[in-house]
Design a protein around this ligand. Sequence first.
Ligand SMILES: CC(C)(COP(=O)(O)OP(=O)(O)OC[C@H]1O[C@@H](n2cnc3c(N)ncnc32)[C@H](O)[C@@H]1OP(=O)(O)O)[C@@H](O)C(=O)NCCC(=O)NCCS
Length: 150
Amino acid sequence: MASSKIHIKTISAETTHIVRHPVLRPGMTIESCILSGDELKSTIHLGAYDQNTLLGVCTILDNPKDGPFTVPNGQIRGMAVRSSTQNNGVGRLLIKEAEIQVKSCGFHLLWMNARKGASGFYLKMGYRIEGSEFEVPIFGPHYVMKKQLL
Ligand SMILES: CC(C)(COP(=O)(O)OP(=O)(O)OC[C@H]1O[C@@H](n2cnc3c(N)ncnc32)[C@H](O)[C@@H]1OP(=O)(O)O)[C@@H](O)C(=O)NCCC(=O)NCCS
């Protein structure tokens, strides 16, 4: 699969479940795919498509108060690429588009609670670990990771 064939567009919160469910919530209920803030007007959901097939998703939250940062910031949640498509550049395209969107919103930085297993991906995308590893029940070890954009 050539990543040049992939296009990114905004999608609904519900559409993200197509990829969130098998990749991030396997064996769990479809309701477990609902993330706090999904339905806020300020929330942006991105989908990566090969023609009509949704291959990957990510969500950007305008999260200035709940996040660990005091400057205007966006938080990535629900970052997921179908397992059959991983390591083909889809995640990179989603993050690059998220950064464009975040900059146009005037957010100074983009951050995420990164699963430890995905931290190598975010490091390659230029994100840096902030603070110590922490445990999220059910989902295991995480790091806060961030990238200054403005
Ligand atoms: C993490 C994830 C989103 C990355 O998406 P992807 O489409 O597989 O990543 P890409 O192909 O765009 O990878 C970009 C680069 O990161 C590297 N990379 C991808 N996943 C990696 C990982 N888990 N660890 C280390 N490096 C990784 C790739 O090898 C590639 O490196 P290169 O530039 O040297 O070629 C995807 O693998 C995924 O959905 N994983 C399972 C769910 C998950 O952990 N989501 C994140 C929750 S915080």
